[in-house]
Design a protein. Sequence first.
Lengths: 802, 802
Amino acid sequence: MSHLYRHLRIHQVFGANTDVGKTIITTALVRASALKNSAVFYLKPISTGPLHDADDAHIKRFAGPNQSLVETRCLFRYDEPVSPHLAVKMASGAPKNAVSVPSDRTFLNSVAQYIRSCARKCPAGHIYIETAGGVHSPTLSGTTQVDSYRPLLFPTILVGDSKLGGISSTISSYESLLLRGYIVDAVILFRDHYYRNYEYLSSYFTARGLRVLSVDPPPPRLDNHAKNAENTEAYYAKIVSGGLDGDIFEAVRHLDDCHTRRIEELDTMPRRTLDTVWWPFVQHGLVNSETDVTVIDSAWGDFFSVYERAPEPPSETASSDNSLLSPQFDSSASWWTQGLGHSTPSLALAAASAAGRYGHVIFPEATHLPALKLAERLVKDGPGKGWASRAFFSDNGSTGTEVALKMALRAFSIKAVPALTPVERKNLGVVGLKGSYHGDTIGAMDATKKSIYSCEWHQPKGFWFEPPTVSIKRGKLVVSVPNPMFTSVASTHHFDTLDALYDVEGRLSSPLAEAYRLFMRQTLQTFNRSNEQRLAALMLEPIVMGAGGMIFVDPLFQRVLVDIVRDPSLFSTPLLVIYDEVFTGFYRLGLESAIPLLGANPDISVYAKILTGGTLPLAVTLTSDRVFQAFYSQSKADALLHGHSYTAHPIGCQVANETLDLISGLLQKEPWKAAQAKWSADAKSRSTIWSFWDPSFAQAMSHLDIVEEVMTLGTVFTVKFNGDNTGYASHCARKLLQSIKDVVNHGSRSSTLASDSFGIHFRTLGNTAYFMTSLNTSREIIEEVENRIWATLNTQNKGLLQ
Amino acid sequence: MSHLYRHLRIHQVFGANTDVGKTIITTALVRASALKNSAVFYLKPISTGPLHDADDAHIKRFAGPNQSLVETRCLFRYDEPVSPHLAVKMASGAPKNAVSVPSDRTFLNSVAQYIRSCARKCPAGHIYIETAGGVHSPTLSGTTQVDSYRPLLFPTILVGDSKLGGISSTISSYESLLLRGYIVDAVILFRDHYYRNYEYLSSYFTARGLRVLSVDPPPPRLDNHAKNAENTEAYYAKIVSGGLDGDIFEAVRHLDDCHTRRIEELDTMPRRTLDTVWWPFVQHGLVNSETDVTVIDSAWGDFFSVYERAPEPPSETASSDNSLLSPQFDSSASWWTQGLGHSTPSLALAAASAAGRYGHVIFPEATHLPALKLAERLVKDGPGKGWASRAFFSDNGSTGTEVALKMALRAFSIKAVPALTPVERKNLGVVGLKGSYHGDTIGAMDATKKSIYSCEWHQPKGFWFEPPTVSIKRGKLVVSVPNPMFTSVASTHHFDTLDALYDVEGRLSSPLAEAYRLFMRQTLQTFNRSNEQRLAALMLEPIVMGAGGMIFVDPLFQRVLVDIVRDPSLFSTPLLVIYDEVFTGFYRLGLESAIPLLGANPDISVYAKILTGGTLPLAVTLTSDRVFQAFYSQSKADALLHGHSYTAHPIGCQVANETLDLISGLLQKEPWKAAQAKWSADAKSRSTIWSFWDPSFAQAMSHLDIVEEVMTLGTVFTVKFNGDNTGYASHCARKLLQSIKDVVNHGSRSSTLASDSFGIHFRTLGNTAYFMTSLNTSREIIEEVENRIWATLNTQNKGLLQ
């Protein structure tokens, strides 16, 4: 992951094209840094072309007074002067498919290792990392440089192209860097007095807040090597003079300033945040010291790059390879939104292309391709397949469920037999489950029981069942039926496999199903008799109630409830059924949607979070045609008069379309197959109900004494601790896991893939902790996260037992 | 604006760099198209370099059987082989600052004019427009090509770079095109067998859904012109053979397919939208024919590019210069969101850079630069200056006002003297104005009176005054006091200037202010005595109530109300004051915020819409420290337990920061100064209360018989028609304006800047129509919009009088 050292400034040099002077400008920067008395490391990770012309030759010829301060290194060198991805193949001399090419990870680890060794070696210095070719030139693996170096996110210098066409390639290269989130500290190019690109680019980039520095052009290249070298040395002597002034020294000063300012900014961020921001769901009285603030400098894949303020080295000789930035695994998937890893280039590009083609455009009575494609996909080929006819867009899960409620209340009102009185209309109720949560807006909250989340205006409208739950307790997969429900039914029911437990259709004829039915009928009959409230809708989070505490509900109970609220013997008008799949949808639980699993279609369902792959807010409410028709008339007053200005914003829709494309690319891939096979009873088949987490990890965890139960499906793993039961306000899980945030073996491992070399950023819900992966997190990383969780809690467990 | 013809396929050829073979490949495409019996137009808008080497020379040498079908054209030619922005200066021979350079608009009009002439001439054909240099090479004005051609949004071909470094420049160029919303139909490049870029790029782009076509490389260029020409002809003869097969013909087929598919897609969009989408605020029973659907193909500046299905030309000889795409001025600013023009490149780049650096990252207890900078800016140097201490992020105006309500209710509850009972807490009320609207979620609706927008669960909680309003009636600026309010006060009060009317501080001592005070005191005293509800907050949209019907409220009335609810003699605990500036903020009304105008700070204020420049949803609720402290304790249960997963998403925050930068760049510019001067009583000074619309236009409009009144401030111009007063459900304004949507003089004008050459896309609120500009709409365009509105309504007016 990203590296940052107070004592060691690092810059990566990208070129606007090949042959624009990267090596010359980098050499000049290296020499100038040395003359300014800084230790200088020049790293050329990959070099291609004949050795006599090697990139570090110019540096090696440096005979300045501080010559000894300079170190050069090349990690991979190939003779053939072609793109590295070809050079590595040609060098092996073997047929293409037999070539052993270092993976991106191996390659990055080599770079990171070298950077750390530099950090250890010197008390103050500069590193220049020179890339090969242009920004998008492929590396050994074939991934292009901007993508392949991105996890390290070094600040960059872009060497501009001073020749004809160079304005274009310089600006385009800059945009490709920005699209990957790079920090560009300077554009440096030669002052070609005929094409004068430096003039144009200076004014272009200055207007964009970016510094452009220009340098005298080098002498023309000659065929005579010796003469060439002599001329070049003379050139360096001129532009990098002992007087320590001129353009190159100005560049070094500027880069030093950028480095200093960046660290100063990062240092002040916690205090400034505590002084200006009001966080959601946070008691500022409990989170008020600077060390409580997680400073996220960037994010890549499943990891945040987090800044941790470290003291300046105590003396000139002290140096450290502890990067100020350390990786934290984002185990809340950034509040359940993330599904494909942070900063996915194709999602950034999707956002950019819609922003460039439309910005936002008005949606009522209008249409545009990103929204139309997304609507069609969700309705016809997504969670709406087979039952939905329409997509209604809004901005987040909470507005999406409010839309669902408004739809359901109206659709019920219109069909209700006997017809509703005005008072009954106002007082329509919702059936649900205790622990449900459908968003933070007041209307969405009114569809749930009073809880710690409710505000002054909260008026719970309806009735909520306490549901039987699913968990793994001491190694056993169990449905636990809450005590007050029945006297005649056992409180626990064991299942051998997830497939058996989640076989809702098969379990419909079980005695437990009959018991559920009886209990619900009696309860709802009593409610109907004793209450003035008419029930209009059933609102459910299928399979898991997220914010309520990651409670896995017996799906059979949910299915039976759906059947009951549509039973004409109980309700003269069938209730509208709403599935809130905001958290559970799009494979969060290993299934695109829980609808096929429950075996009963809703009338309305709601999606958000993963829908945009964890980039920006967008929600969709899907409905059946019956619901749509309830609003269809010749009168505007009958319409659904709800809408947000940014409804169906093209950027969100385009990103969602790209997200769904990326997800469908994962479905049949090896990592999914392997996980599905692990959860299958029969090793050769794949379970449809499965988890990315290892069954043996779940087993082991469930046996810890401090653990009451665990559960896992899809990307989610939850642990409920024995301990205080003060609910959401409990700090129990948080305390037990506190140490998991820190990097144990701070940055000193060459690979980021040892669990002690990264922290785990986690969120808890009272005495429940949960961990989530993305849909494309590698098994390798999940295993390290499992190891780390296990190690942390096993230690706590032992401590508790002593 | 964008052009599209059924009978004429247009492609614009961009190059990944200069000297990549654009001319050769374009020539081959032209020749192949002609051999396939299509009329072919080759347009090189700008050509630089010596004439003997001109870009169209290769085409002119074409001696194929269908030679007569080919036409070439160059619009601007310069001898000097440098970038066009320099060539035009060098050609003039004059010192830099004396050069007359065609503006981007003049330049585009020349291109558009030629395209139309082609469309008129031929019943079926192809146009190839060859650009100069790379995608970002500057045009004559200095704007780079991708930006300067963007309003025309032709589908593009990218000619890839087959040389060393060419993989990078090709991918970067592609990304720059995508960032501007271009449709890229193909990448075409030479098959260089040493660097093999075509292999790499084929697999790279195929994975991204983009077709790559490769072509045999041309012969090496020789110094002998004649020999060169001969070799090149032989080359063309080989790759563009009479057999109509081979790579180039495959390319032509592919481009034809792209064109056909695009039109097919556009043709089907209305039906598919009517079948799948549920629009906000739309009665689908009234909007159900395909012609009712506005198909927005793209948007640029203040204009949508709208597809209108036209019949195929009836015969082979029929041709037409009616583009299937026509410009519509976005006069609702896409539901009030847009402020800087659609598809602003720097906003797209801001979105991309945050997507590339972070994606979304979790916000509670965390921080990142885009959110922190935005919070600081809004609190310290924006609408919060001088009173706010904190920024709370959410997703849209509605969630932003729900957050404000939750804050106010809690802050009041805690401070209330005497302390509140549980029943009182639930029943806390809001004071406001009739016609207020704070968003569509149920809680936000509960802070307003029952209206056509309210759903079954609506429970109005509070009391709403009918406010005096501001308008221009028959040329006079008037405050109209509603009848039931007082018997002792005149129902109309005239003012000479906006400055006088909006001088709230000065008017505080007027008799009218005293009358307001008395009336409010009496009304609220009566309310307090006769009602069980405790009032806790005042919630206002300062200056204009938007969704309520663009009602301009007497600001004095709002100010007096703020003072009254803080008067201890009336309220033992002062009410919390919330300003909902979601619509009115960020210069929508010519002021960053109405707070200085009202002269009374709120406790809480809310922002959204323009905040992100009209790109994507983001809202911020600002609060005073007093409100923040009400939630500050040692208990999690006291915290504001509200938050959305995408809280403070970096993409939105980064775009907002860029938006605020762009806006501050406008403040002191000429167009603003000129408008401010027009609204000033003294021609030499600038009014602080002003409008982008012309005073004489407002005057004239107010005198039309069909018009009851008009009003304007900042970007907003409203017209209230005499007619039925059925409120929101009235179709009166919509009917009167219907014809303004259409382009009258369909596409045949060379400039898009004649009001009959563009339609006006408008939204109405019952019998009120409103029109909005961006903050950077040129006076020229506003004038054309004014003319068009005037012409349309004046015609209706005459019709009505007959």
